[in-house]
Ligand binder design. Structure first.
Ligand SMILES: [Zn+2]
Length: 292
């Protein structure tokens, strides 16, 4: 079979997988702030408490088939559910194509390990961002759980820390990868922590919550310390645009920061995967000259 056949196959399969994962993320987004279990009970209507049947619980599709209403009582469901599912599905298919563009060919185990960890990071950031938008809180169960998974994943798939998925994939030692991941965690969390302390001294009010420190720790544990620094410097640009828009519309400038750290992490992740993959040998040479 032609290679294109497989690319179409994986795109569709990963889109469907992403839609199902997105459906689970909706459960997390809805239940974590409410203090409910994310595994029990099964999906039910918040108004009439009727359990939602499997055929009414299809990701993305069901919302449109039922026109955003409960089949039993007509309670309206937000389009946010379908949007989160579609966005997750698009991420799953899109990142597969990012790896393709970076010339990572074929479903090799190491590549799929990197893919899985990046998608897990995307899921954690998406859940944290939506909850942060709604409640201005970041849930430590997501960030701390994510950090443990990230460091452990680096021991299993050390190539995560090579951060070059292009034609020049260099293999990383396991112990090195774990140390690099921990370093990324410390640099990412540390830089926000310092900003938080300085912000409190300068403005005498809370500029960033401790949740942002943990979220950046998670980002650093996956993207490494260079990635964490890039995210730190890119995120304010995303935040500024949104902050100005809010200031004009609502005369208030209280902005949750988690979503912008996440957005910047997505941009850095994509750039590292696609663009940097091509130049990585040069960059690595540069670091070796600087640090050795
Ligand atoms: Zn209902």
């Amino acid at each position: 079979m032609s290679p294109l056949y497989w690319e179409v196959y994986w795109t569709v399969a990963l889109f469907l997988l992403g839609a199902c994962v997105g459906s689970f993320l909706n459960v997390c987004i809805y239940r974590l702030p409410a203090g409910l279990s994310i595994v029990w009970p099964p999906s039910h209507c918040p108004k009439c408490q009727k359990r939602i049947a499997a055929y009414d619980n299809l990701p993305i599709l069901s919302w449109f088939i039922l026109r955003g209403r409960c089949r039993q009582c007509g309670q309206k469901f937000s389009i946010e559910y379908a949007a989160v599912e579609f966005f997750t599905a698009a991420l799953f298919a899109g990142f597969y194509w990012a790896l393709m563009i970076a010339q990572v060919r074929g479903p090799e185990l190491a590549h799929w390990g990197v893919y899985a960890v990046y998608m897990a990071l995307a899921a954690a950031l998406l859940v944290s961002s939506v909850i942060d938008f709604k409640t201005k809180e970041i849930y430590t169960v997501v960030t701390n759980g994510g950090m443990i998974v990230a460091v452990a994943a680096c021991a299993i798939f050390p190539d995560l820390m090579s951060r070059s998925f292009g034609p020049h994939w260099f293999h990383q030692d396991r112990l090195d990868a774990v140390v690099l991941s921990l370093l990324g965690l410390a640099v990412g969390g540390g830089i926000i922590w310092i900003t938080r302390i300085l912000g409190r001294l300068a403005f005498r009010r809370e500029a960033m919550g401790f949740g942002d420190v943990l979220l950046m720790g998670l980002i650093g544990a996956v993207l490494g310390w260079e990635g964490a620094l890039l995210v730190f410097f890119i995120a304010p640009f995303f935040g500024l645009v949104y902050g100005l828009w809010r200031l004009l519309r609502h005369q208030d400038n209280e902005v949750p920061y988690g979503p912008f750290l996440s957005l910047a992490a997505g941009a850095v992740c994509l750039a590292q995967t696609t663009i940097v993959g091509w130049f990585a040998p040069g960059l690595r040479g540069f670091w070796e000259v600087v640090f050795r």
